[in-house]
Design a protein around this ligand. Structure first.
Ligand code: NAD
Ligand code: WQD
Length: 349
C-alpha cells in the first residue's frame, strides 16, 4: 500500500514537530506548512535528523495559511490523504490585548484552509482544539458532552472553529473531521533534540519552570495558593507531548472509519496534578531547586481541570503512556541540552 501523505499546518511548532516525527516513524509522508511566526526552521531540521531513513518523506513550505494562492499551489502539486491543522496563535493574554490579530490569524487561516481542501477534494481533517473550551468546568473529569464556553478571544477562536467544522459536516457529509481537545501538553521528545521554545516570557507553567532551572529567570510566580485543592494551587491534566503526538496518529486511523462524521475527543491523562506537585516532580527530575514567589490568582484561571479519557480510549484505542515523572525528565533533558531553545543566548531575552 502506498504511504499516506498528510499536510501538517503549523508542523514546525511544539506539538506539530513532535507529531511530524511520529508520522514519519509510522510510515507516513508529511508536508509542513508554517510561517515560522512562533517556530524555527531548525526544529524541522532536527525532526529530519531524528527520522533517519524516513527524513526524505518530509517536505516543508514557509507559507502563511492565509496566502490562498500559495496554498492552492501546494494542493495542486500534491494529493493529500488528510490534514492535521495545528497552525494558530495560542497566547491567551496576547489574545485579550489583540483580539483582531487572533481572529484574523486563527479564523481566516482555518477558513482558507477548509476552502482549499474542499476545492481539491481533500475532506479529512484533524483539528487542534483545547480544553479551554470547557471554561471553568462545574465538575471533573471533563467529558466531551460538557457545556462549552470561552473566557478569552483565543478560546473563542477554538470554539468558533469547532462550530465551523460541525456546520461544515452538516452541510456535506463527505467531510470527516476529528476535533482533539488537548489538555496541558508538556515535556519533549526523549532525545532532547526537539521541544517547546516559546518567544518572549513564557505564558505556560512548564516552559517558565524550565527557564528558571537554566538560570534565565530568577523565580517562578505561583498564581494562586487559595484554590480548593489539596495544596491550594491550581490542578491541571498535564500530558506528555509524545503521547499527544501519538493521539494524532490514532485520530488519523479513526478517519478511515466509514461511520465517522465530525467527532470530538479529549486528549489528556485523566489525572489532575497541582502546580506545586508539578514543580516538585521537576525538581526531582532535574536536581535543580526552583525558587518560588507566591502571588494572587491569574485572572480567568480555572481551579481544577482534568479530562475524562474514556471516549478516546474506547473509540481511538489511544491512552497516554507517560506520567509526570517522564514529562519532567524529558522537559529537563531538552532544557539542559538547549537552554536557549533553538536560538542562542544573544538571540533571547
Ligand atoms: P506553536 O505556536 O508551537 O505551533 C503553532 C505553529 O503554527 C507555529 O509553528 C506557528 O509558526 C504556526 N502558525 C501560526 N499561525 C500561522 C499561519 N497563519 N500560517 C502558518 N503557520 C502559522 O503551538 P503548539 O503548542 O504547538 O500548538 C499547536 C496547536 O495546538 C495550536 O492550534 C494551539 O492553539 C493548540 N493547542 C495548544 C495547547 C498548548 O498548550 N500548547 C493546548 C491546546 C491546544
Ligand atoms: C497551568 C497552571 C496556572 C504559569 C493554558 C491555556 C489553555 C491551553 C493550555 C492552549 C495554572 C499555573 C502558570 C506560571 C503558575 N492552551 N501557573 N505560574 O492555564 O491550564 O492553560 O495552556 O489551548 O488554553 O489557557 O496552562 O500552563 O498557563 O497554567 O502558577 O508562571 O499553572 O495558574 O494553575 P492553563 P498554564
Amino acid at each position: 500500500m502506498a504511504a499516506k501523505t498528510i499536510l501538517v499546518t503549523g508542523g514546525a511548532g511544539y506539538i506539530g514537530s513532535h507529531t511530524v516525527l511520529q508520522l514519519l516513524n509510522g510510515g507516513f509522508k508529511a508536508v509542513i506548512v508554517d510561517n515560522y511566526d512562533n517556530s524555527s526552521e531548525i526544529a524541522v531540521e532536527r525532526v529530519k535528523g531524528l527520522a533517519g531513513q524516513f527524513a526524505s518523506n518530509l517536505s516543508c513550505h514557509k507559507l502563511d495559511l492565509r496566502d490562498r494562492e500559495g496554498l492552492e499551489k501546494i494542493f495542486a502539486s500534491t494529493k493529500f490523504d488528510a490534514v492535521i491543522h495545528f497552525a494558530g496563535l495560542k497566547a491567551v493574554g496576547e489574545s485579550v490585548e489583540k483580539p483582531l490579530y487572533y481572529f484574523n490569524n486563527n479564523l481566516i487561516g482555518t477558513i482558507v484552509l477548509l476552502e482549499v481542501m474542499a476545492a481539491h477534494g481533500c475532506k479529512k481533517l484533524v483539528f487542534s482544539s483545547s480544553a479551554t473550551v470547557y471554561g471553568w468546568p462545574k465538575q471533573v473529569p471533563c467529558t466531551e458532552e460538557f457545556p462549552l464556553s470561552a473566557a478569552n478571544p483565543y478560546g473563542r477562536t477554538k470554539l468558533m472553529i469547532e462550530e465551523i467544522c460541525r456546520d461544515l459536516y452538516q452541510s456535506d457529509h463527505g467531510w470527516k473531521i476529528i476535533l482533539l481537545r488537548y489538555f496541558n501538553p508538556v515535556g519533549a521528545h526523549p532525545s532532547g533534540n526537539i521541544g517547546e521554545d516559546p518567544r518572549g516570557i513564557p505564558n505556560n507553567l512548564m516552559p517558565f519552570v524550565q527557564q528558571v532551572a537554566v538560570g534565565r529567570r530568577p523565580a517562578l510566580t505561583i498564581f494562586g495558593t487559595d484554590y480548593k485543592t489539596s495544596d491550594g494551587t491550581g490542578v491541571r491534566d498535564y500530558i506528555h507531548v509524545v503521547d499527544l503526538a501519538d493521539g494524532h496518529i490514532a485520530a488519523l486511523n479513526k478517519l478511515e472509519d466509514p461511520k465517522i462524521g465530525c467527532e470530538v475527543y479529549n486528549l489528556g491523562t485523566g489525572k489532575g496534578t497541582s502546580v506545586l506537585e508539578m514543580v516538585k516532580a521537576f525538581e526531582n527530575a532535574s536536581g535543580k531547586k526552583i525558587p518560588l514567589k507566591m502571588a494572587d490568582r491569574r485572572p480567568g484561571d480555572a481551579e481544577i481541570v482534568y479530562a475524562s479519557t474514556d471516549k478516546a480510549s474506547k473509540e481511538l484505542n489511544w491512552k497516554a503512556k507517560y506520567g509526570i515523572h517522564e514529562m519532567c525528565r524529558d522537559q529537563w533533558n531538552w532544557a539542559s541540552k538547549n537552554p536557549y531553545g533553538y536560538g542562542s543566548a544573544d538571540s533571547k531575552n
